[in-house]
Design a protein around this ligand. Structure first.
Ligand SMILES: [Zn+2]
Length: 155
């Protein structure tokens, strides 16, 4: 195989209206369709969402739970959100989901721990595998780790 400098991927565009409709009215069918598409290709293909501004997100639908990351998969924006979320209507849950993507596009993210809305550009280094944190929670996390370390060490 010849070597090329870039990679090109194929995709199918589903409009947001269509996606909302399927998330709200027929989630099991959407899950089945996406599962079947993934089964056609051996290397666990990545599913993407693309905003009208051209921003891309990767996502995983696992039955009625959805996780969404930024394009590279390095930042989790939606963590295993159940549709519907406990006590919410399906419509409200789907609205919440797209609001979080809009927020991320506009440089806002929610702190994983305290749910405070912060500028992504200001906290982009406060990231671990579970999510993104405001400065305060990130510092608290750091000092809790130190306390834990002290507790476990012999001195
Ligand atoms: Zn916080």
């Amino acid at each position: 195989m010849p070597e090329y400098p870039y990679l090109y991927n194929i995709g199918i565009i589903l409009s947001q209206r269509e996606l909302e409709k399927q998330l709200i009215d027929n989630l099991p069918e959407l899950d089945l369709k996406l599962t079947n598409i993934k089964k056609l290709y051996p290397n666990n293909p990545t599913l993407y969402l693309k905003s009208s501004l051209g921003d891309m997100f990767t996502f995983l639908l696992n039955k009625n739970k959805i996780t969404i990351w930024n394009y590279t998969g390095g930042i989790q924006i939606i963590n295993n959100l159940k549709i519907p979320h406990n006590g919410w209507s399906v419509e409200f849950t789907v609205k919440y989901l797209f609001e979080q993507l809009d927020n991320f596009t506009n440089d806002f993210v929610m702190c994983k721990k305290c749910n405070k809305i912060v500028h992504y550009s200001e906290v982009k280094n406060n990231v671990d595998i579970e999510g993104i944190y405001c400065d305060k929670c990130w510092l608290d996390k750091g000092s809790n780790k130190k306390k834990e370390y002290r507790k476990n060490s012999c001195d």
